[in-house]
Structures are given as C-alpha cells and as structure tokens.
Design a protein around this ligand. Structure first.
Ligand code: NOJ
Ligand code: CA
Length: 538
C-alpha cells in the first residue's frame, strides 16, 4: 500500500530537527459535525475534504479526526465495531485515502483517533464472546466475570461507568439463564478489552500499521490511561463524580500500560516522516502524565488543566505555572487545550454572551503564545457557544440516559458547524443532526471571513504570527498589576492580558502585534479594557 502511494508529507518549518508536533497547532475535527458532503445531515469525510481550504487558510499544522470507523454510534463512534473500515455514514476507505492525500497536499497532517480501551458490543469479537461459554478464549478478550452474591446477581465489584451507573452488565447465556457480567468503563455498548491477553495487543499493533500504511501522521489514543485494570478488580469504595473525575482508581494508570506504548512507539518509529502518538489521559497528577512521554513512549499528551480553570489571572497563572514546572527539564513540551468534544465550550464556561466571547478571544491569544503545541476544537475559531437548550428528544450522548436524565451530556458542544447563509443549518448540509441556534448566523465562516475584527480573523492572524515565534521553550513572568497576566517567551513573543473588571494601563512590552479587542495607546503606555489580551514583539 505505501509503495503504491508517493510519499507526500508536509514539511513545514517545524519539521526541522525538533519534531513537528512540539510546536504544532492541531485542529480537532468532530467528524459528525464538521461538514456534510453527501446531504444526509451528518458530517462525513467528503465534507471535510471539501472544507480543507478553511483549515489551510486558518493556518493549523494538523487535523485530528475523531472516530469515523464502522460503529453503531452509541457513543458518537467511540464504540468501534470494525477498526479497519470507514462507517458508511462517513464514506469509505477510498474517501479516506483521498482526504489524506488532499490534506498532505495542502500542508496539513492527519491524526486519527484510536480507541483501544473498549470496542463496540457489535464488534465481531464481542459477538463471539457472547456466543461462547464462560472461560472460553472468546470471552478472554474482554473482562467477563461471575457476579457476586449466592446467585451471581450482584456486579463483580463496585466500579461505576464514567457515564453514570454500574460499570458492569450481566449477559444472558446460551441456555437462556442470567450469566456472567462484562466490564464497561463507559457505556454498556462499549465492553472493555482485557489487555493482558496477547491477542488484543497483537490486534492493535496490526490496526496501527493498517492506518500508518494509509499515510496517517499519528494517533490520538482514547482513554490512554485505561486499558489495564488491576488484576484483582478490587472495589474502589468511592463514588465517581462525572466525566471530569480524575481520581486515582484501580482501572486508571496501571503500570503495564507503558509497555504497550513502548511497543507502539517502535511501530511509529518504523515509519518515515515522524508519526506520533498523543495520549488522552485524565490523570490527577501531571507528573504521572509525564511517564507517558518518556523518550521511548508517546510524543504528546493532552494537558486538560485549562478545562477546569475559571476566567481569572490567578487560575490561568496557576495552570501555566504548574504545567511548565512539570515539564521543566523534560525533553517534551506541553500541549494546551481550551475546548474539545467532551466539555462545555469555553465561551460559555467564561460566562457566555458578549463577555464570554471577549474572554474566549483573549484566552485564545493567551494559549497560542505559550511554549508547546495547542489544540483548537472545531468552532472555537468561530467563537461558538455551547448550545444549552437542545430539545431533550434529540439528545444522543449516552450520558443523558445513563445519568437518569440528569446530565444533558456533551451534545451541546457537538452541534454542526455554521458555514454560510442566514438560516440553520447554515450550509453544513441540507439538514443537520442537531439544530444550530439562530444566533449562529453571525458566526458562520462566511459572515466572518471578510470582517477584520471577527474571531475567525483573530485566529488566522494569531496562527500566522505564531509561526514566527513558535520555537519558544520557556516563559518568564513579567511584573504585572493584579488581575493581569503578563509573560514573555524565549522566542521573543510577549503576551499581556487584562482578566479583571477594570481597565488597566500597562507599559508597552515591545511592538504591539495583535490585540483581542481595540486598545488605547498613550505614548509608551497602553490601556487594556477588561477581557483584553495583546501580543508584543520584544
Ligand atoms: C474519551 C472521548 O473523548 C469521549 O468522547 C468518549 O466518550 C470516551 N473517551 C470513551 O471512548
Ligand atoms: Ca453526510
């Protein structure tokens, strides 16, 4: 396969020496909601292909595609039934190959999502496991156990699903009687693999090669800290508190997982062109995260610290400082994330409306000036808010049902993107699987394209300027008034942000390059209104 396709791999300035991912800006495409190419109201590969010019003109380095594999879509595709295929909803392998070729031609790398912790219950292996008896090799690919209590009617332990409810589901055996239980840390349609089974390991090594042969530049590894469960499956004795609960558990961050990433690294390194692995690992302790980034393991891990930080200089300073302290003396650089498909969009987290948008503009500038790489979640470059009033009968996130309809889940950040026009679905396609609000008419790509003050153009300019300064490795804090974040990087870019509620006057740190909203200048002083960030060339 590789032989048939010419190696056409983007080689930007960041390619030289250091490794392209270290300073890259990676754009997250949530495939179902990016662009609909075939008119069925669901985003697909053809839609992404047609909209590549948007990503190229935005100025990102790479695109991460959320799962597009064959799936019953019980968890938006994070329930994979066939890891080596494209779900017909999204296209086919030929479309995928064409997308990779076009993306590479446009200077964009492609990262795909790999989901190794669990499959779909509709995966052939799981169907075989259900048909086979307890103790069979078919069951041994997953975590089947007998229940507790005299008749086995209690789950094997007290683990809870991340989406709510018990992490175990009981099956009916071939003779019609209630039987064993299987573990699913997420939805009951997402059975967890047993990673101590060598067959599972061999299968995933092969799946990685399948996609690497098709030219992907790397993998975003779903629940990278999951995979191995403590062999005794001990009770935790504590309750979980939702998606963002990162407490230590006997199913997270077990030592054996590192041997898998060492093997994966050898596979990645056996391909030309710097293919990478990115860990999605929600860990309470960032020092533990670094263990995934040892030189013979993964290249990068998401740093989710901003996702739980309020809009305040103190909170942002703490996130930046503690992250950089963790990475101090380490060869790899941090990544930064303001939003993704699992959390409330940051415009809304920062208060929503005009203020939320002002803050989101400033936050983007704060993030994009930091040393390391940054992830941009589709729609943040348009200043989109969370859609909080989706009709209940349209909600699809399994969290909604599993929480007993108390947690609306993540659909509000997954509403299809607005591209053009004045009416929903704003040229996403002829229809859309979730409705966009009327306010999005001002947020379409088309509406923002020619407006110099739009969020879209702020991102474009920031990403263009960032290239000049992208090799930053260090940051120093500058003396700043209260509620002001003020730092300079060793690549000559400085950022000042007024995160308070009063205007502040600051001394210019150099040539003013960019402001998130208009500023007043008085000689060598500049007045920043509340919620304003500026960049300086030092
Ligand atoms: C993390 C993914 O980001 C999320 O969307 C998914 O529900 C879980 N992993 C389970 O695969
Ligand atoms: Ca479609």
């Amino acid at each position: 396969m590789t032989d048939a396709r010419p190696e056409r791999r983007p080689a930007g300035p960041a390619e030289e020496g250091e490794g392209w991912w270290r300073h890259a800006v990676i754009y997250q495409v949530y495939v179902r909601s990016f662009a609909d190419g075939n008119g069925d109201g669901i985003g697909d590969l053809a839609g992404i292909r047609a909209r590549l010019p948007h990503l190229a003109s935005l100025g990102v380095d790479a695109v991460w595609l959320t799962p597009f594999y064959t799936s019953p879509m019980a968890d938006g595709g994070y329930d994979v039934a066939d890891y080596r295929s494209v779900d017909p909803l999204f296209g086919d392998l030929a479309q995928f190959d064409a997308l990779v070729a076009d993306a590479h031609g446009a200077g964009l790398r492609i990262i795909v999502d790999i989901v190794p912790n669990h499959s779909s219950d509709e995966h052939t292996w799981f169907r075989q496991a259900l048909a086979a008896p307890p103790g069979s090799p078919e069951r041994a690919r997953y975590l089947f156990r007998d229940g507790r209590g005299p008749d086995g009617s209690e789950p094997p332990n007290d683990w809870e699903s991340v989406f709510g409810g018990p992490a175990w589901t009981r099956v009916t055996e071939a003779d019609g009687r209630p039987g064993q239980w299987y573990l699913h840390l997420f939805d009951s349609k997402q059975p967890d693999f047993d990673w101590r089974n060598p067959e599972v390991r061999a299968e995933f090594a092969d799946i990685l090669r399948f996609w690497l042969d098709r030219g992907v530049d790397g993998f975003r590894i779903d629940v990278a800290h999951g995979l191995f469960k403590h062999p005794d499956l001990p009770d935790t004795g504590t309750k979980r508190s939702g998606m963002l609960d990162t407490s230590a558990r006997p199913y997270w961050d077990q030592e054996e997982v590192h041997e898998v990433y060492r093997e994966w690294r050898r596979i990645l390194d056996s391909y030309p062109g710097q293919r990478i692995g990115v860990a999605e690992a929600w860990l309470p302790d960032t020092a533990r995260l670094l263990r995934y980034l040892r030189p013979d393991e993964l290249h990068q891990a998401f740093n989710f610290a901003f996702l739980t930080a309020d809009w305040s200089a103190a909170a942002f300073l703490e996130v930046i400082d503690s992250t950089l302290a963790t990475f101090d003396g380490h060869d790899s650089l941090p990544s930064w994330v303001l939003s993704n498909h699992d959390v409330t969009r940051h415009v809304t987290r920062y208060g929503g409306g005009e203020a939320g948008l002002r803050r989101a503009r400033a936050a983007a500038m704060i993030m994009l000036a930091l040393p390391g790489s940054a992830y941009v979640y589709q729609g943040e470059e348009l200043g989109l808010e969370e859609v909080t009033d989706l009709p209940e009968d349209l909600l699809q996130d399994p969290t909604w049902e599993r929480s007993g309809r108390t947690d609306r889940g993540r659909d509000g950040c997954r509403v299809p993107l607005p591209w053009a026009g004045h009416e929903p679905p704003y040229a996403f396609g002829p229809s859309a699987w979730l409705p966009a609000p009327p306010t999005w008419r001002a947020h379409t790509v088309d509406a923002q394209h020619g407006d110099a003050d739009s969020v879209l153009n702020l991102y474009r300019t920031a990403l263009r300027l960032r290239r000049e300064f992208r090799h930053a490795r260090r940051l120093r804090w500058l003396d700043a008034p209260d509620n002001v974040l003020d730092y300079a990087t060793d690549s000559g870019l400085a950022c000042t942000a007024n995160m308070g509620t009063e205007p502040v006057e600051v001394i210019a740190r150099g040539e003013l390059l960019l402001a998130s909203r208009p500023v007043e200048r008085h000689g060598d002083r500049v007045v920043l209104a509340p919620d304003t960030a500026v960049w300086w060339r030092q």
